[in-house]
Design a protein around this ligand. Sequence first.
Ligand code: PEP
Length: 244
Amino acid sequence: MRKLIVGNWKMNGLGAALGEAQAVAAGLGEAPARVGLCPPATLVERMARGLAGSAVRVGGQDCRAEASGAYTGDVSAEMLADAGAVLVILGHSERRAGFGETDALVSAKVEAALRAGLEPIVCVGETLAEREAGRALSVVTGQVRGSLPAALAGRDFSVAYEPVWAIGTGLTPTTAQIEEVHAAVRAELRAVLGESGERAPILYGGSVKPSNAAEILSAAEVGGALVGGASLKAADFLGIIAGA
Ligand code: PEP
């Protein structure tokens, strides 16, 4: 299957940044990968309109588990879908750490995404302290088990392994470390979801850039990449996609 390369713009991008998304679409050519871009919620609708008919799919970066209600400031999965999103990132470490998101909440959000017809990208990853304590595999597999509801069986989704210590730091795990965690995630996916857990891509995320993309993307069980900083500029993001 072609790799899945998704850009997470985080809280970056005003209307003028949409030109970068257009440049990604224009530069794809015979892309070796499936490509997605997740801008801030304010840009989802405009980006989806601008990229309509292109190979780039648009996504949200989070959603509320409820469909609607008195939740000031939040956005539901249905609202993202209504705005033109087809993907949604859930359980990003910046949400888990900064907003106290638990595995149970992430699982509820995944169910919400499925209800709205969005394809979830569920993030997991250990902190540096957890890795240094020898707990990387148990933390990550625990997050997989707790964050993925049974409703994912038969649905399209992906898991993104993002070591917290590699996000935005310029540090990356060794290929052996990535392969060790991805193998453990695959085993857990199989145990939890059977055949559906067999075919879901496992993305790697954390300081992916054009210069390291090809090596990371060729590692065993790496089905694609979730890219933060290097997805903000079309040239960098296209450079990563070229490594697929
Ligand atoms: C991310 O936050 O999803 C991420 C991978 O960020 P960066 O590529 O900037 O490390």
